[in-house]
Structures are given as C-alpha cells and as structure tokens.
Design a protein around this ligand. Structure first.
Ligand code: FAD
Ligand code: SF4
Length: 537
C-alpha cells in the first residue's frame, strides 16, 4: 500500500465529517481526513465581540457571487471542526412529522426516504456524544425518545425564567433548549464550561463547547490509523475510466498539488462547498458534475428563513447565557393559520458593539447601549422549501454562485406576529403591565432578516432519496452514480424543517458510519463499545 492510499478518505471535519471520523476511527482502517482550514487559534480574540461579530475575523475571506453576479461574502468558517466551532450548540432533533410530507402555506415540504424511527437510535448516540443538556417532555412538539438527555437542561437565568413563567401563564409551553456545552451546574468549580456571554457565534476559548473538533476530531486522531491533514483544500475528485469509482482526490496543500486514493471517499465540506466540489469534478463520464446524472447536485439549496427580533422592555436583561428558552407552540400552525410557522428561541445575548455592526433602528428614548441592556434577543426560524432554482453553481473564475429567492415567507411573518402577541401578554413582576405597555408596539421591535450571506444553516444541495432521477444520493448517502462516493454533511436533507440542523447531520453521520462499517467488514457493536469505554475514562 503506498503512503497515499487509504481505506477511507473523509473531506471536511464539521458536524458530518468530524462525527464520521470519530465513529470510524476505532475500526483500525487506514483513514485520511482532509480539512482545508487549520485549528482555530486559542487566543483572547476568540471571545472579542468586536473582532468576531464586527470585523468577521474568523470568517473566510473568500468571495462568492449571488444570482446577479454581485460579490457575496459568506458568513462561514473553514477550520478543524467546521462551523460547529462557532455554532450556538442548540442541538435539536427534527420533529417526527418533519420526516413526512407537510403542507406549508408556501408549498409542500417533501418526505424523507427514512423515517424518524430509523434515525432515533442515532439521535440518542449523537446526544450522548455531544453531551446535550436538556429536559425531555417540555417541548410540545418533541419526538419520542428512547432515553433521557445525558445531562439536565442548562438553567434559565432570572430574566429568562421570568419570561418563561409569563409565557406559561399565557398558555404557551416554553421549554429548555437542548444545548451542547460542557456545563456542570452541580459542580461549578469543576465545570469545564464557565457559562459566559460569548458562546453563540464564538469559538470556545476553554474548549468547553461540544464542537466537532473537541468532541470528535481530537479523539479520532488519537488512533494511529487516523491521519489528519490541515490546510488541505480538495480541488477535485477524479474517477476511473468507467466513471463508477472515485480514483483520485486532488488536494492543494502548501502551494502544491497532491493526490490521494481510497476505497471509499466521503465528502463533507458543508452543503454549499460539497455541491461545488462535485460540480467542479465534472469529466466526460459525468459531464454535469460528479454524481449528477439527475441534475440535482447544487439544487434545492435551503438555509431557513431566520430573523433576530429584539424585544425591549423596561426591565433590564442582565442574562449572560441567553440561549436557554424555546417556544414551539406554533411549529405546526395554530387555529388561525393552519400551516407550519416555525421555531422561536434566542441568540446569544447581544451587546452594543454587536448591535452597531447590524445598524438597527434605534428604539425611541433608547441608545444602543440601553437597547442591548434591555433587550430579549429572539431568534426565529421558519422552514424554507426546496426550490430547484435555489442552487449552487460554478461561475466566473470557478467562483461559487449562490442563487436564492426566499419562499414560504408568510409563515415567517405569522411567526413574528405570534411572538409579538405573546410578548404583549407578558406581565412583568416588577413593573406589571406598565413594563410592556407601549414598549411592545411594532416600532420597538428591531426586525432583521438574516441576509443571503448568512449561510449558517445551509442544507439540501445533494439530496438523498430512493429514486436516482430525483435525488443524487441513495438512502445510505452513497451517490447513485458511483460505487464509492458518500456525502455526510447537511447537503443530504430533502427538506430543511425549522429547527437547527447540526444534530441531524451528526446523527446521520453515525447512521452512515454504521453502514460503512458493515461495508468495510467491521462489527458495529465492538467499535462502538470500545469508544464508550474510552469516553468514560
Ligand atoms: C454562528 C453559527 C451558529 C450556529 N448555531 C447553530 C446551532 O445553535 N445549532 C445548530 O444545529 N446549528 C448551528 N449552526 C449550523 C451548524 O454549525 C451547521 O449546521 C453544521 O456545522 C454543518 O455541518 P456540516 O458538516 O454540513 O458542515 P461544516 O460544519 O461547515 O463543515 C464543513 C467542513 O468542510 C471543510 N471544507 C470545505 N470545503 C473543503 C474542501 N474543498 N476541502 C477540504 N475541506 C473543506 C470546511 O473547512 C469545514 O471544516 C450554526 C452555524 C453558525 C455559523
Ligand atoms: S465557556 Fe461555556 S458558555 Fe462560554 S463559550 Fe465555552 S461552552 Fe460556551
């Protein structure tokens, strides 16, 4: 076996690739992980809102194009651990119903080729692996689970608890958001996580966020059969003459081109970059791009309709770790709007520095500083539907082109209206109704839709399915057109649902990992239990 030949090559180390690498590491198979980025440097800048939120210090400097050919500077990150280094670690299961066909106001959300029950055991594994903190039974839409969360929910701070009580009094069912932070509230002096205000959007300086680097890649590379090459940008995949197998992975590293080969090649570059890689790998057997006889690759890009809504009240909001409360009462609709609307939760607490970057309208009688001190910073997510014309293509100079027209927007407007209504019903313990009267008029909400460059929740560009004419991957996430090419990042989603995507990407990587173990002739039980022993040490 030459030095450049492996059993498995995994491209990308985020939620999908990192989790798969962890799962396959104990098999003893020769595994190469290729990651275009480096490790996030551990430095005080990790937690600096000016550098992180305003100067976009850790974002890629790459530019893409929008459908009109204008430059697009994507808010995405190329590092070991991928975007999980910066994520808010809200780790949700999709709802059981999300796996079936759902009628929305803006169209139909298609069914998945697997059911919730197929993924349930892997959700449990992923929650254990990523140390998810949550309370089962609170979220009215949560799907059935075979075991409790491995850790109790992260507690609400007083202002959020007050809001939770208010919402409950008005008939809603607020719940604790499941989050992957290594917080041990029963043992604060030993807790790895210090519960700080720079989590969502920031890399964790103390390595206490359950991201794919800390949880998976760092563990995987402890195995002698696993090699990680950083700053290794995969440029293209070449096939054999028949076009049925990926034969060579062409990598740019240290300014040189290198070639690697493997029996199995797994692409996990994130939904946009994975589609771009397959499209760039077109050859005479795959003239529209690799795995693309269906012309599906790159299409059906989804990224959720997201917005941040700041509710300003007389009561200050001194919360440090704000991302603890969620509301899913309107997820599937309401009496007055019988279509799914989506999910309400929080972003990390906004500060004045970050607000300046977003240049929000100033609420009357408030400065930015005051607004930041008094705001509850909601995050609203609605499902966007898979439209074949919302797509990734390759444009001039080989640049990524992201063409996107938002859809299903009425659902999002209705969700915003529901939140506004719910806030009007709150009754603050300190100021009574006066705290909120007038303060919750429209002008006091600073509604900001997340722009196209906000590709944090990217998914759907290489959908899986039973039918090779309408999907690029089969149910095991193997390309229909090739025998040894798999994709395990967010691109396999046939629909985006309306909760955060990372846990589903992780769970699916574990599911595909079991399939790969069988294909490689390795028992799934023996490797999983040896990892459990290693983890418990
Ligand atoms: C600020 C922020 C907050 C978020 N909060 C949440 C949250 O709270 N909950 C949640 O569920 N999700 C959240 N997300 C989304 C979540 O991070 C993503 O869904 C998840 O990381 C996607 O996993 P992935 O494997 O598809 O891709 P990624 O994690 O993006 O990993 C792709 C990897 O591939 C590498 N790569 C790309 N191209 C190449 C190439 N050609 N060659 C080699 N390597 C390559 C990249 O460098 C990267 O490491 C958030 C994202 C952001 C940015
Ligand atoms: S210490 Fe805890 S709250 Fe702060 S960034 Fe790390 S994981 Fe997040």
């Amino acid at each position: 076996m030459s030095d450049n030949r492996y059993d498995v090559i995994i491209i990308g180390t985020g939620a999908g690739g990192g989790t798969l690498a962890y799962h396959l590491a104990p098999t003893g198979k020769k595994i190469l992980i290729l990651e275009r980025g480096d490790y996030v440097p551990r430095e005080k800048a990790n937690w600096d809102p000016q550098l992180v939120n305003v100067d976009a210090h850790y974002n890629t400097k790459e530019s893409w194009l929008d459908k009109d050919g204008k430059d697009l500077h994507p808010h995405t990150n190329y590092y070991v651990g991928g975007n999980t280094k910066f994520y808010g670690a809200a780790l949700f299961r999709l709802r059981k119903e999300d796996f079936g066909e759902l009628r929305h106001h803006g169209g139909v959300s298609p069914a998945w080729p697997i059911s919730y029950d197929d993924l349930e055991p892997y959700y449990t594994q992923a929650e254990n692996l990523y140390q998810v903190h949550g309370n089962r039974g609170e979220d009215p839409t949560e799907p059935p689970a075979n075991s409790p969360y491995p850790w109790p929910a992260v507690s609400h701070e007083p202002r959020i608890q007050q809001l939770s009580d208010d919402f409950t009094r008005s008939g809603l069912k607020p719940f604790h958001v499941p989050v992957g932070v290594m917080l041990d509230e029963r043992n604060p002096t030993k807790s790895r996580c210090i519960r700080c205000n720079t989590c969502d959007g920031f890399a964790c300086l103390v390595g206490a966020k359950s991201d794919a680097q800390v949880v998976c890649v760092d563990e995987a590379v402890k195995y002698p059969n696993v090699t990680l090459l950083t700053k290794a940008l995969v440029q293209r995949l070449d096939t054999d003459a028949g076009g049925r197998e990926v034969k060579r992975v062409i990598v740019e590293r240290n300014g040189q081109l290198e070639t690697y080969t493997a029996d199995i090649v797994v692409v996990s570059c994130g939904a946009i970059n994975s589609a771009a890689l397959l499209l760039r790998s077109a050859n005479d057997k795959h003239p529209r791009g690799l795995a693309n006889s269906s012309d599906i690759v790159g299409r059906h890009y989804m990224g959720h309709t997201n917005s941040v809504l700041m509710a300003i009240s007389k009561c200050p909001n001194p919360t440090i770790f704000q991302k603890t409360l969620g509301v899913n009462d309107f997820y599937f609709g309401s009496d007055d709007f019988p279509y799914p609307m989506g999910h309400i939760s929080f972003v990390g607490k906004l500060d004045a520095i970050t607000l300046k970057a977003g240049a929000p309208a100033i609420a009357p009688n408030f400065t930015l500083e005051l607004m930041a001190k008094h705001s509850l910073d909601f995050w609203l997510t609605s499902e966007d539907l898979p439209d074949p014309n919302n797509r990734v293509t390759i444009g001039r100079d080989g640049k990524i082109v992201l063409s996107y027209t938002p859809n299903n927007l009425e659902a999002h407007s209705r969700l915003q209206a529901k939140l506004k209504q719910a806030m009007k019903q709150t009754n603050c313990a300190m100021h009574g109704h006066e705290c909120h009267q007038g303060l919750f008029g429209r002008s006091l909400y600073v509604g900001q839709r997340i722009p196209l460059a906000g590709v944090a929740h990217q998914n759907g560009t290489i959908r899986f399915g039973h039918e090779p004419k309408t999907s690029a991957l089969d149910v095991n996430c193997k390309a229909h057109d090739l025998d040894n090419l798999y994709v395990v990042d967010g691109s396999f989603f046939p629909s985006s649902a309306a909760v955060n995507p990372a846990l589903t990407i992780m769970a699916n990587a574990l599911r595909v990992g079991d399939h790969l173990k069988s294909r490689l002739g390795v028992s799934t039980e023996s490797t999983t239990s040896s990892q459990e022993v290693a983890l418990s040490r």
